[in-house]
Design a protein around this ligand. Sequence first.
Ligand SMILES: [Fe+2]
Length: 192
Amino acid sequence: MTASQLKEISSYIDALFSRNVHHVHNRNHLIRVVENARRISMVVKPKQLEPFVLEATCLLHDITHQYYKNGLFNYLFERRLARKALTELLPQFKLNASDKRIIITAIANHPFSIPFRNLHKNGDVYTKILQDADSLDYFHPERVTAVGKKLHLPDRVVTIILRPLSRWARNHIGWFLNYPKLADLVVYDGDR
Ligand SMILES: [Fe+2]
């Protein structure tokens, strides 16, 4: 993948995700997943990893949440919908066949680490890194706030129940990772 192809994907995602900044799967989440993936790859040091392809994979990984209406059907069939959306979307970026296959495989495999532990410990490195980078952001304070808003919960409920619960979950996140030793890789700005 070239730098200009990655830039095109990034611009496309910027425009698509600017519509819904308070969504749990917003642009900030994508940026944090890119950063988590970068940190993971620095520790794991895989022999063959193309950083641009990994970044593009992270930027595109929640495409179904913008491409389709959110709901139970889309949650349950996210893997199939991701393949469909990416098959329609990726040709415009003129990626080679190998990059396309890597991106589609990793994104289609990434759901359900939390709560189902549908992990891919024997999978390819892009799948494992994307899934862990996403799981590490699952209980980020900004997302906890967004969930509270989405469910119309009073601030007190968020503070007294949701935040301590999410802190507890973050401290046990290793259980949901392909690389459990990387559970402490992300610092949550004092909300640990
Ligand atoms: Fe995500």
